[in-house]
Design a protein around this ligand. Structure first.
Ligand code: SF4
Length: 202
């Protein structure tokens, strides 16, 4: 009982830290609730191929994908979700880059804190291509091109897309609304949109 309480407190500390670092919300969910779909992962190189496909070590085909994710998930009891809210007008502007960088920084910091407190195999996932976010001034990702360590290992984390993580379901499991404008032509430029990340504790 005392151990369970301690671990609940630790999980809550992780959510509080995420909020201190800039997340608008952070929740504890059962890792079983994360839904991983092969067809979502396939979208990265599907009919509409993502322009970032293959550019970085943290995007397909350079990530482990849904099969490995499900193995990690089977060993994880709890996960932490984080959400950053932003105006739709910001989401589809140059300012989006800073928000996505912050998302990576938050999930990476929570992952590291989780490792420190004993969840030694924790893994963090964010969104967007780390090549665009952190290495836009570099010709190539040095991990992919030269098998060197990541230049931004402290912050850059893989995108949830490459693992087929259903982000809409993640939002629902966290108790958050999953509605958001999905294109720059949205008539509601002042509507609130969001970006989300995940730290799977193990
Ligand atoms: S070196 Fe740059 S592009 Fe490659 S994984 Fe790290 S942040 Fe991403």
């Amino acid at each position: 009982m005392a151990n369970k309480l301690r671990s609940k407190q630790q999980l809550e500390q992780l959510t509080q830290k995420a909020k201190r670092l800039g997340a608008n919300a952070s929740a504890i969910i059962s890792s079983k609730e994360i839904q991983v779909k092969d067809k979502l992962a396939a979208l990265c190189n599907g009919e509409y191929a993502c322009p970032n496909y293959g550019l970085a070590a943290s995007c397909p085909p350079n990530v482990e994908g849904p099969i490995e994710f499900r193995k990690w998930q089977a060993k994880s009891e709890y996960s932490i979700t984080v959400k950053i809210e932003l105006l739709t007008s910001v989401m589809f502007s140059n300012e989006q880059k800073g928000v996505m960088q912050l998302l990576h920084q938050i999930v990476a910091a929570i992952e590291q804190k989780a490792i420190e407190i004993g969840f030694k195999k924790s893994k963090a996932f964010a969104g967007g291509s780390c090549k665009k976010l952190f290495c836009d001034d570099q010709e190539k990702c040095c991990v992919v091109a030269e098998n060197k360590p990541c230049r931004h290992i402290k912050f850059a984390r893989p995108s949830m897309s490459g693992f087929g993580i259903d982000v809409t379901q993640l939002m629902k499991s966290s108790g958050w609304s999953c509605q958001k404008a999905d294109n720059a032509n949205s008539s509601e430029k002042d509507a609130i949109s969001w970006v989300a990340g995940l730290i799977m504790l193990a």
